[in-house]
Design a protein around this ligand. Sequence first.
Ligand SMILES: *Cc1c(COP(=O)(O)O)cnc(C)c1O
Length: 231
Amino acid sequence: MIAENLAEVRERISRAIQKSGRKPDSVRLITVSKQMSVDRIEEARTSGAVVFGENKIQEAIPKIEQMGTEGISWHFIGHLQKNKVKFLDERFDLIHSVDSLELAEKIAKHCQSENRVQRILLQVNVSGETAKFGMEPSELEKQMAGFSQLQGIQVEGLMTIPPFDSDPENSRRHFSRLRELRELCEKQNGLSLNELSMGMSHDFEVAVEEGATLVRVGTAIFGPRPKLDDK
Ligand SMILES: *Cc1c(COP(=O)(O)O)cnc(C)c1O
């Protein structure tokens, strides 16, 4: 089941890549394994999944302890509370969800003390609607230079979660907005921001068409999660 779902998601990504004339290997699939047992994640690994996305530090760490990082990597995609920063370690390859300069400074300080550089993405609220997390585009523009100057972190790109809409076409403008914002930030600061993390189970094809380099897919691979707090 997981193997077939994974194959199908990969196929759909490939088709969206072709449709939009992008390079074949320009999109990476993040298999979102939150709330999934190690057994099921192992099954995904056996089926070829290589990057896993977790949204809670306390849940992620024991999974990483058990499964390790040999041939796989772990991304943190959930809201990161400042008091959890101390639990971050080098086993998190990328953090998708940094949503304030204050949080970035905390991570930077923590990583400097560990003598390493943490790769991060900045989460932006591009929809203009009241979203729980993510910076306003204007705030990002103002602070981009500040983020890029911090020692201990490396900003690799931007991430967004548009408001849920059952019609993925309605997410398209949010995805293209994130892409435009990336270009603006690159130009204004002389930076290169390679990653755009956008698209989930219900809208990843549209996200790929709009330039996503990382898509975060859970349900379409593992099936529905138990209805816990999903944030
Ligand atoms: C849960 C989650 C996903 C995956 O959502 P699905 O709809 O199951 O694909 C993607 N991104 C983030 C930030 C999530 O928390």
